[in-house]
Structures are given as structure tokens and as C-alpha cells.
Design a protein around this ligand. Structure first.
Ligand code: ADP
Ligand code: MG
Length: 238
């Protein structure tokens, strides 16, 4: 059974068509990476999956349930953004607790989940700090931790490394790969960085101009690109 199914998903903003009909199935525990040039519709697609924007046409199913009209908080999906969007006046613990409390979890359960998430992401020593007292990499780990305490079935990550310098980027990238190995779940990850895509993905979805050009394993895309666009995009150095 596919965890997520997208059928003919289109998105239009006023008169601009941004997604032209996306068809895709994503399995349980799969790590799927969307790549493509800036403006091709990657973030838009993630926002539709998260429920932050309505789908114009087409359907989206999660665990065989139609999700088009389901509120974001009821989807079991958590999204991590490119900019950390932490609450500046709250410490790390409170940042992680906030969303969990909104879900209606009691204090003990919130504490247990934060303990688990901070162990996993090595945030134990940082729980009392404010976001301004953290490095970029630490902040992004908190943002991931905040999503993790909600125990989502599906994780959406939109260019989570793009504000980090090169050294931190590989740290946090490894952290994300480790997280996926330990919690399972479905990861949907957006990047414009081919190296990230090639190292993290079970399957890569190559997008261009609101369409899917090709879907395949890193190796398939590398060895048998469907067209010149894919060959150029996957094959070219950053
Ligand atoms: P990517 O994440 O691949 O860089 P986006 O999904 O952010 O691309 O954007 C795809 C296209 O949709 C762009 O042309 C962008 O200008 C347009 N777009 C995104 N959000 C809106 C919006 N709220 N209103 C109008 N156009 C939008
Ligand atoms: Mg984007």
C-alpha cells in the first residue's frame, strides 16, 4: 500500500498555473527527494501535501484517505522549513513542547517525547537555550526536533540545509539520514542540490516547470536519464 498518492494534482495561483498535474505514489518508509530548478514548484507541492494551501484540481490520499479538505493539524504530517522559524522568546524545550501541547498531549507525554527527540538529535545540553544562543546547525536540529515530537507519519523538509554553511550542512544531512533509519516513516525532502539528493534518496523526483520529468533511484537517474533536462540537471556539478 502506498502511504501517499497524488493524482493529477494541479495548482493555480490566480491565473498562473504552477503545477500541471502531478501523479506520484510514495511508499511507507521511503525517502523521496524532489529536485529541480528554482521556481519549478517544489515548495508549492509540499505546501499542498501539508495542507497549507488548497489543491486546485486533482486528489491527494494519505493511507488511502482523501486529504484534500483535511486540516493541516489532522494530517499526521510535519513540515520543516528552510528558515528555522523558531519562537525567539522561548527556549529550546518550549519550542519543542509548543506543537506537542497543541496536539493535546499531556505533560508527561510531552516530556517523554522531548527527551527522546533531544537524545536522537543530540539537543540534550541545549534545552534551556534561546534560539539566538544557538548556531545555525543547532537551530535547524531544533526545528527538526520540534517536528519529531509530533511523531508524524510523514516528514516534509523544504531545503532544510540551505541556510547552513558547508560543514554544518553535511552534519545535519547525516542527522537526517540517521533519523530516517531510526524512526522509519516517510520523508519527503526538497533540495536544489544534486549531491544531497544523490546521497539521501531512495528515489529522486526530478521536476521542471511544474511537471515531473522523471522518477527513479539515484542510480537509475544517473545511468538512464529520461531526457536532456534530467541528464543535465543530475549530471552537472553544482
Ligand atoms: P520552488 O520551491 O521549486 O523554487 P515554488 O513552489 O516556490 O518553487 O514556486 C513555483 C512557482 O509558483 C513560482 O513561479 C512562484 O513565483 C509561484 N508561486 C509560489 N507561491 C505563489 C503564490 N502564493 N502566489 C503566486 N505565485 C506563487
Ligand atoms: Mg522552494
Amino acid at each position: 500500500m502506498a502511504r501517499l498518492v497524488l493524482r493529477g494534482v494541479k495548482k493555480r495561483f490566480k491565473t498562473t498555473d504552477v503545477l500541471h498535474g502531478i501523479d506520484l505514489e510514495i511508499g511507507d518508509r521511503e525517502f523521496v527527494v524532489f529536485v529541480g530548478p528554482s521556481g519549478c514548484g517544489k515548495s508549492t507541492l509540499l505546501r499542498l501535501i501539508a495542507g497549507l494551501d488548497p489543491i486546485t484540481e486533482g486528489e491527494f490520499f494519505l493511507n488511502e484517505q482523501r486529504m484534500n479538505d483535511v486540516a493541516p493539524s489532522k494530517r499526521g504530517i510535519a513540515m520543516v522549513f528552510q528558515s528555522y522559524a523558531l519562537y525567539p522568546h522561548m527556549d529550546v524545550y518550549e519550542n519543542m513542547a509548543f506543537g506537542a501541547r497543541l496536539m493535546g498531549l499531556d505533560k508527561t507525554e510531552v516530556e517523554a517525547r522531548i527527551a527522546e527527540a533531544s537524545r536522537m538529535l543530540r539537543l540534550d545540553e541545549l534545552l534551556k537555550r534561546k534560539p539566538r544562543e544557538l548556531s545555525g546547525g543547532q537551530r535547524q536540529r531544533v526545528a527538526i526536533g520540534r517536528a519529531l515530537v509530533r511523531k508524524p507519519e510523514v516528514f516534509l523538509l523544504d531545503e532544510p540545509l540551505s541556510n547552513l554553511d558547508a560543514a554544518l550542512r553535511s552534519d545535519v544531512r547525516l542527522e537526517i539520514a540517521r533519523l530516517h533509519r531510526s524512526i522509519g516513516g516517510t520523508m519527503i525532502y526538497v533540495t536544489h542540490d544534486q549531491v544531497e539528493a544523490m546521497t539521501l534518496a531512495d528515489r529522486i523526483v526530478v521536476m521542471n516547470l511544474g511537471r515531473i520529468e522523471q522518477v527513479g533511484s539515484p542510480r537509475e537517474l544517473y545511468e538512464t536519464p529520461a531526457n536532456t533536462f534530467v541528464a543535465t540537471f543530475i549530471g552537472s556539478p553544482k
